[in-house]
Write a protein that binds this ligand. Structure first.
Ligand SMILES: NC(=O)c1ccc[n+]([C@@H]2O[C@H](COP(=O)([O-])OP(=O)(O)OC[C@H]3O[C@@H](n4cnc5c(N)ncnc54)[C@H](O)[C@@H]3O)[C@@H](O)[C@H]2O)c1
Length: 308
């Protein structure tokens, strides 16, 4: 049994990761400041003998005795991370610094939840790990994109100078149960709007593409990455099935039998036009590719939103 620290463990992805690691027989220290996460996401684990929740902000250092660290703490939705941009970049940069110091002190392996956003509005399509990206440092997404880019560089610096064992996962859009209802992510937005019969809001003409990966698949890839020997990434984790937001909306409208109208608002600044991961590396090194189709994943997600 390993002792594993999961930062952001009360969030969408983090809570599913905690479920999976508990199932694998490990002891979990779940750290979260509850800024975008919720105790509700982990309430079923609260009395588990191998689960501990600590309300803590990773911008401050705290010491734990751990074998592995999954650093997921950071708001992921543009609406959330732009509310307090200074907190976002501090979480990315000071947060990973504190976690790397912990890894250095304890010898723990550390996995950073990086993002496809480090590719910015990509000029290369699909995106391979070798692509350096196209990010507007000064734009509204800079606090997140550049924070995450800096976090990757800090991982490399701690590996080179202090020999930390690092793993970098570049996660593409993930969806599933426990996404917040109103945090502005497109899948949850469309499902909630369709179920309520209110207008489906598009920022731009809806022709921008995304590739959506079901949360169970993303978690599987993170666990596999942590288990690798002599591999540190970065590795893309996502579903290469690409669709326009209009196509996504049509699937959701059909599944929910909703008569909601589509409404087109001004495009969001620096919103990427295209997004699709090249997952050749994940296939080769992690023997991983997504198993849950968009059809099945959306069914689970819609069912969860209908009942929550
Ligand atoms: N979900 C995705 O599509 C996606 C895509 C790429 C990368 N990621 C990365 O995965 C991670 C988890 O994303 P998510 O979708 O679960 O988002 P989320 O907002 O649901 O979860 C983030 C969690 O981190 C916590 N948190 C934020 N700042 C913190 C701080 N300073 N100290 C302690 N806790 C803090 C929040 O309360 C929340 O519980 C993030 O790092 C995100 O950048 C997610």
């Amino acid at each position: 049994m390993k002792t594993i620290l999961v930062t952001g463990g009360a969030g969408f992805l983090g809570s599913h990761l905690c479920d999976r690691l508990i199932k694998n027989g490990h002891k979990i220290i779940c750290v979260d400041n509850l800024s975008t996460g919720s105790k509700r996401n982990i309430e079923h684990l609260q009395h588990h003998p191998h689960f501990v929740f600590v309300e803590h902000d990773i911008r401050r250092f705290k010491k734990w005795s751990v074998d592995e660290i999954y650093n997921l703490a950071c708001p992921a939705s543009p609406e959330q991370y732009q509310k307090k941009p200074a907190h976002t970049i501090e979480t990315c940069v000071l947060g990973i610094l504190n976690m790397l110091e912990l890894a250095r002190n304890t010898g723990a392996k550390i996995l950073q939840a990086s993002t496809s956003e480090i590719y910015g509005d990509p000029l290369e399509h699909p995106q391979k790990e070798s692509y350096w990206g196209n990010v507007n440092t000064l734009g509204p997404r800079g606090c997140y994109d550049e924070g995450k880019r800096c976090a990757e560089s800090m991982m490399i610096a701690y590996r080179d100078q202090y020999h930390c064992q690092i793993k970098i996962a570049r996660i593409f859009n993930t969806y599933g149960p426990r996404m917040q209802r109103h945090d502005g992510r497109v899948v949850s937005n469309f499902i909630v709007q369709a179920l309520q019969g209110s207008d489906l809001t598009f920022y731009g003409d809806g022709q921008q593409t995304r590739s959506f990966c079901y949360v169970e698949d993303t978690v599987e890839a993170l666990v596999r990455l942590m288990a690798t020997v002599d591999f540190e990434g970065p590795v893309n984790i996502g579903n290469p099935v690409e669709m326009t937001l209009l196509e996504l909306a049509d699937i959701i409208l059909k599944k929910t039998q909703s008569s909601s109208e589509k409404v087109f608002l001004a495009p969001a600044k620096d919103d990427p036009n295209k997004r699709r991961p090249d997952i050749s590396l994940a296939k080769q090194v992690l023997s991983w590719s997504p198993r849950v189709s968009i059809d099945r994943g959306l069914n689970h997600t819609i069912e969860w939103f209908s009942g929550s």
